[in-house]
Structures are given as structure tokens and as C-alpha cells.
Design a protein around this ligand. Structure first.
Ligand code: ZN
Length: 483
């Protein structure tokens, strides 16, 4: 399948991204006097709602239960787990005053919820019989980011944090849960036609307080990777910190095991960056608030204006009855060309043009947003044609996105080759690795990139040597320039 080439220069990716957000009226960013915070606009909010519906459905179907915990977490609670607070310390927003009074106890704006949830779990659960327990919430979270903030990519208020927290009687059940979470996220990103690479983060880069972290990364058009989801096996560290034990089957008591996993506003950033083109957004039909827009073209022969409009209305009604989200754009103060531009920028998957010719010949002209391909179809077969074309659009977005990512993952033997590729914005490199931290750190330094981790599920390689120490390589380590 052919798609219109993205003519945008890679070097201007960020300008392009910001202009799409503005043009499509998704998110107003950069004008608020508080850094790292923006406003969801009505159209952006509708897409956000569709994304939330998808993840909520997937979590509900797998016995997760939605809850809502307080936004403010007291100082002592957040500090309970030593490693956790060390990992977040420099990113926490603190509330120190209530009105004019100084609070006796500082309150944190939720940077994540492991501590507050463990605190409540310790009050609610006493026995293995009550487990497993899978909770989730969709909330704002706050991080005082010190790196340059960016719309939907690096925010100080993440407004759509979908965080899940689970509790288990043993290590293996928590591990099984981490695998289920990975499957859920795969399905979620597949629905959005977002390609991903799953890596086990190296120990020096895992979530603060976790046994291990599995991360989903995607590749943006400028050659940098973006972390779009993480799954953590938390072990027993939080229950230990809260002195929280449960009774096991054999009557003994032990600390329960936990996992947590989350996805942020970056989902929409990725959707825009990966599928969009010079004309603006390109949305997969399953997530588009509007799937089809019908534009009547007022004929020069004014005598049949009414007939053309009526014909368009009948088509809109029929699409509606068939469960297709459709809108008639009969605004009279805009030319058809202006309307095409308007809806193209918003990424509506299909446009139907109805003019005098369509009316007389009992046809409709349909235009695909992804390929901009135009076709005249018969009135009788229109509904079927719309449905089939939407499927083709989905498949095309999926195939193109995966293809673009896969061709920019390179397996190389030396840091020199890796650096050359990364300098050319060629995405992700995989280098044989002996498993020792010091070698990976040396490579990161020499190629000016970060490690994404090792492939998940784990991948043994035959042959290959660590280019730093010359030892036999046990796997590969992935590196990329990252957001
Ligand atoms: Zn080595």
C-alpha cells in the first residue's frame, strides 16, 4: 500500500508536531504561565476519551477494578520505601501551606501511587483468599521535570495516567501478572496501530523500588525512541516497608507481592507523530471521533442544489444507521476545498464528496485520508465500501508504522558502527553484550545514547563478543537516543 510521502524535514519534527496539535485543535500548549502544563481542547478531548475507553475495556475484561485514590500523599508515606523516594525525590511537587498556615506535614502531589495504594491494601487484605487483587485508576500525576518540557511528551502534569496496581500471594503469581499486563498493552498498542519494541530495562534504569521493569518503546520520525508504557514486578519491597503481611495457605504469614504498570499521555503524542503527515493528523478508524465526513458540493446549476443536499442527507442517515460515526458538513460560508483542508488536518479517515455528478449518476466519491486516494463508488455498494475501506486504512497504518520501525533497528558488532547509524538518526542499535554493567555504560558513553535494555522475551545469541571486554556475549543490549 502506498502512502503520501511525508515531505517534512526530519530536523523540523518538533515544529511539525506542535503545528499539528494546533491545527487539529488537540492540545493548547506553551501559552500557560506554568511550565509543562497544557489544555485539552474539545477535539483532542474526544480522541483522549476514545483512547481511555480502549484501555478501560481491556482492563475491565481482565478483572481489573477501577478505583480512585487521593491526589495528595503525606510526606512520611511517600518516604516509606527508601529506594522509591530516592528515585523520585527531585521530581516531587510539595504542598507546604494550607491558606496562610504552614502544614505540620508536607503533602506530595501524586508522582505515582505505589505507597498510598500499599497503605490501603495493608488495611483491606489479610488473607491469600482475597488475592489476587487488581486495581487501576486514570488520573493526573505530577512530576517536576527538569529536562525541557514538551507537549504530551514530557509534561509536568500528566493528565491521563492509567496506572494499575496488583497484589499477589507469591512471586510467580506476580510474574504471571506482569506477563498479562504485557499482553494487555500489546493489544492496546495494536488497536492504535502503534509499533513497539519490548525490552527489559537494565538494572540501573528500572523503576525505583522494583525487582525489574519491562518497557514498551516506540520510534518517532526523528530517530529518537519514546517510552510509551512500563510494567514493573515490584517484589515485596512496598509491603515490607509498610510491615504488611498476609496469611498464606499453610497458615504462615508473609509479605504479599506486587506489580504496577502504567501508560501516559504519550499514547496520543505517538499516534500523532507516527501516523500524521504534512496535512495533519491521520487517525485509525477505531479511535477517530468522526470516521466519515460528507461534503456536499453545491452545483453551478442552482436548480438542483436542494436535490444534491437531500441526496447527501440520505447518505449520512444510512451511514449513521450502520453504526458509522459520520457528519454532514453543509456549512455555507466555506468552500469545499477549505472543508477538505479542515477535516484532513483533524485526521478523519474518510471523506465522501457529493456533487451534481454523484447525484445524477447515483454514486459517491470517497477519499481516503491515509493515501489521499480518490474513488467513485456506486450508491448501492457504498456502506460496504466504507466498511471495507476503513479496514484497509487500519491495516495500512499498522503495516506502514511497523515497517518504518523495523527497518530502523540495526544489529551491529561495534560501537563505531552504532554511533554512525545513530548520528544519521537511524533509530535503534543492538550490540552483543556480556551482561556486565560497566561494559554497557562504556558503550553508552562512547556512542552518546541510552540503553533501552535487552530483548523481551529474552534472546540468547550464538557467537558474538562484547566489543568492550571481548568476553562471550550472552545477549544483545539495545541503545538509542531517547526522549
Ligand atoms: Zn563486556
Amino acid at each position: 500500500m502506498i502512502r503520501p510521502k511525508k515531505s517534512r524535514l526530519i530536523s523540523s519534527f518538533s515544529e511539525w508536531f506542535d503545528s499539528v496539535l494546533r491545527k487539529a485543535e488537540v492540545y493548547d500548549y506553551g501559552r500557560y504561565p506554568v511550565k509543562g502544563m497544557g489544555v485539552w481542547l474539545p477535539y483532542g478531548f474526544q480522541i483522549r476519551k476514545k483512547i481511555i475507553e480502549k484501555i478501560r475495556d481491556l482492563l475491565d475484561e481482565t478483572s481489573h477494578e477501577e478505583v480512585l485514590f487521593p491526589l495528595l500523599i503525606p510526606d512520611w508515606m511517600l518516604k516509606k520505601e527508601g529506594e522509591h523516594i530516592r528515585g523520585f525525590e527531585d521530581e516531587v511537587y510539595w504542598i507546604t501551606h494550607g491558606g496562610l498556615e504552614e502544614l505540620d506535614q508536607k503533602l506530595a502531589l501524586r508522582p505515582t501511587s505505589e505507597t498510598i495504594i500499599t497503605y490501603y491494601e495493608s488495611l483491606w487484605y489479610q488473607s491469600y483468599r482475597q488475592l489476587p487483587k487488581k486495581l487501576y485508576q486514570i488520573v493526573s500525576m505530577f512530576r517536576y521535570e527538569t529536562k525541557a518540557t514538551r507537549a504530551l511528551i514530557r509534561l509536568r502534569e500528566v493528565t491521563t495516567f492509567k496506572e494499575a496496581h496488583t497484589l499477589h500471594e507469591n512471586y510467580y503469581d506476580a510474574e504471571r501478572q506482569a506477563r498479562e499486563a504485557i499482553e494487555i498493552y500489546k493489544e492496546f498498542f495494536d488497536t492504535l496501530k502503534i509499533p513497539y519494541l519490548i525490552s527489559k530495562r537494565p538494572d540501573w534504569d528500572k523503576f525505583a523500588g522494583a525487582l525489574y521493569t519491562i518497557a514498551f518503546d516506540t520510534l518517532l520520525p526523528d530517530g529518537k525512541t519514546l517510552q510509551i508504557g512500563t510494567v514493573h514486578h515490584l517484589g515485596q519491597s512496598f509491603p515490607k516497608a509498610f510491615n504488611f503481611k498476609i496469611q498464606l495457605k499453610d497458615g504462615s504469614y508473609d509479605h504479599p507481592w506486587q506489580t504496577s504498570y502504567g501508560i501516559s499521555d504519550r499514547v496520543l503524542a505517538t499516534l500523532i507523530a507516527i501516523h500524521g503527515d504534512d496535512n495533519g493528523l491521520v487517525l485509525p478508524p477505531s479511535i477517530a471521533p468522526l470516521q466519515v465526513v460528507v461534503v456536499p458540493i453545491i452545483p453551478s446549476n442552482k436548480g438542483i442544489k436542494g436535490d444534491v443536499n437531500k441526496y447527501a442527507i440520505v447518505i449520512v442517515d444510512e451511514l449513521n444507521k450502520n453504526g458509522i460515526k459520520v457528519k454532514l458538513d453543509d456549512r455555507e460560508d466555506m468552500t469545499p476545498g477549505e472543508k477538505y483542508y479542515y477535516w484532513d488536518s483533524k485526521g478523519v479517515p474518510l471523506r465522501i464528496e457529493i456533487g451534481e455528478r454523484e447525484f445524477r449518476e447515483n454514486t459517491a466519491t470517497i477519499v481516503r485520508r491515509d493515501t489521499l486516494e480518490k474513488r467513485v463508488v456506486n450508491r448501492e455498494g457504498l456502506i460496504e465500501e466504507v466498511k471495507v475501506t476503513m479496514k484497509m486504512i487500519s491495516q495500512n497504518l499498522y503495516d506502514t508504522a511497523w515497517e518504518n520501525m523495523k527497518k530502523r533497528i540495526h544489529r551491529v558488532d561495534t560501537p563505531e558502527e552504532a554511533k554512525q547509524l545513530l548520528n544519521k538518526k537511524e533509530g535503534i542499535v543492538e550490540i552483543p553484550w556480556c551482561g556486565r554493567e560497566e561494559c554497557a555504560l562504556k558503550i553508552m558513553d562512547s556512542i552518546d545514547a541510552k540503553s533501552l535494555g535487552t530483548p523481551w522475551p529474552s534472546e540468547k545469541i550464538n557467537g558474538g563478543k562484547c566489543p568492550i571486554c571481548g568476553r562471550h556475549a550472552v545477549t544483545v543490549m539495545r541503545y538509542a537516543r531517547q526522549y
